[in-house]
Write a protein that binds this ligand. Structure first.
Ligand SMILES: *Cc1c(COP(=O)(O)O)cnc(C)c1O
Length: 400
């Protein structure tokens, strides 16, 4: 895209997300010596403050120069051994990729196949764990927000099922596309390992995996035999304790993370979640007005960070997203895996306002109309406008 002004358009992909100016500026810093004695003054408060976002007081925060996928790999290799049994459900492209990663690390992966558009099956997990009387299952893996289908799973219910079965397995949660935009409660939910990244709710450039590790998971590192080097928790914790990294840290991202945490805390985490809920509700009103359907099967599964929307029978969602990009210079999420060609996605997480969301809805409406979708031009925008008009006051007065 060579036209500079097109680069001013927000993206509506569910990550990487729009980077607000204060964060771009914060990352625009000259090199600093990461072995200098005062580097710790930069790093330590960032690690400590990240605990507030995960809502944990007891876990250790570990960051790696990587994307979220590296966080999965770190979680698995540090705490498990080849042959270890893990239990996971497949209900979208991201849970699918996590399964693949576990299999490639030679874990014994027991997969519960779920219809895409549903979430983590707490009851099925509970029944399976209750039957595992020898406690062979070492970990239950949950994708909190399935970015491919726009489904948010109930992690607390999974923990409840694990406790109900009286099973000692650890609970690993991928919160890459939920942390910092929807409520996450590591300690309350008894999460042992939580995995996130810099480029979604934290509104930063891609390049950092952010992992929260419970004391129980730290214990597990002592017996885990999966090979690990770059992602070794022990190396990282040891280096962090002395104010450094085992290798060159992504300095600009650490400065960015400082600014991101400041922004999130300034708005207030609960207000950040409320804003996402509001923006997502506006999008869902638009989808209903178009007469289209969400991939999420029931409203309780609706994600506040991304909506996956089926295109009508006979239409190809890839043609739609390509058209929106080619003609209007705006990116929407494509359908992934089973949803390829069948659904497009509107990412509504990170740095986003009513006005930005309305522009996205208006754009995709134009694109749909261009392609003869059976929708009424302006219908989705109007539905979102009505909702935003009625619900705006509370948010604005909170921000003031
Ligand atoms: C984005 C994402 C990831 C990680 O992807 P990377 O491209 O490696 O950062 C993992 N899980 C979910 C649910 C995601 O949305």
């Amino acid at each position: 895209m060579s036209n500079y002004h097109l680069g001013q358009n927000p993206v509506f992909i569910p990550g990487p997300t729009n980077i607000p100016d204060p964060l771009r500026n914060a990352m625009h810093v000259q090199t600093m010596d990461h072995r200098a004695p005062d580097f710790v003054d930069v790093l330590r408060p960032v690690l400590d403050d990240l605990k507030k976002v995960f809502k944990t007081t007891s876990a250790e925060i570990i960051t790696f120069p990587s994307s979220g996928t590296g966080g999965w790999e770190a979680a698995v290799t540090n705490t498990l051994s080849p042959g270890d049994k893990v239990l996971i459900a497949r209900y979208g492209m991201f849970s699918h990729r996590w399964i693949d990663l576990c299999q490639r690390h030679k874990l014994d992966v027991e997969v519960i196949e779920c219809e895409w558009g549903t979430g983590a099956p707490a009851d099925l997990f509970g029944a399976r764990l209750a039957a595992d009387t020898d406690h062979e299952i070492k970990a239950v893996l949950v994708t909190h927000n399935e970015t491919a289908t726009g489904v948010l799973s109930d992690v607390g219910a999974v923990r409840g099922a694990m406790n109900g079965a009286n099973h000692p397995a650890m609970l690993y949660v991928d919160c890459v596309s939920s942390l910092g935009s929807m409520d996450f409660r590591m300690d309350d939910w008894g999460v042992d390992l939580a995995i996130s990244g810099s480029q979604k709710g934290f509104m930063l450039a891609t390049g950092m995996a952010i992992v929260a590790v419970s004391q129980k998971a730290l214990q597990a590192t002592q017996t885990a035999t999966c090979p690990r080097c770059f992602f070794d928790f022990k190396d990282m914790l040891g280096a962090n304790a002395n104010g450094g990294f085992p290798y060159t840290p992504p300095l600009q991202l650490i400065f960015g993370l400082r600014a991101s945490l400041d922004l999130l805390f300034e708005e207030g985490l609960e207000n950040v979640y409320a804003r996402h809920h509001r923006l997502a509700t506006g999008v869902r009103r638009a989808v209903a007005a178009w007469g289209l359907t969400l991939c999420a099967k029931t409203p309780d599964l609706n994600s506040d960070s991304v909506s996956a929307i089926y295109v009508p029978e006979g239409f190809d969602s890839n043609v739609l997203t390509n058209h929106a990009y080619d003609k209007y210079g705006v990116s929407f999420g494509v359908g992934l895996g089973e949803m390829a060609g069948r659904a497009f996605r509107i990412g509504h997480l990170g740095s986003l306002t009513d006005v930005m969301v309305l522009s996205g809805l208006a754009t995709i409406e134009m694109a749909m109309k261009d392609l003869d979708y059976p929708i009424t031009l302006g219908s989705g925008v109007a539905a979102a406008q009505e909702y935003f008009r009625q619900s705006a006051d509370a948010t604005l007065s909170q921000a003031a």
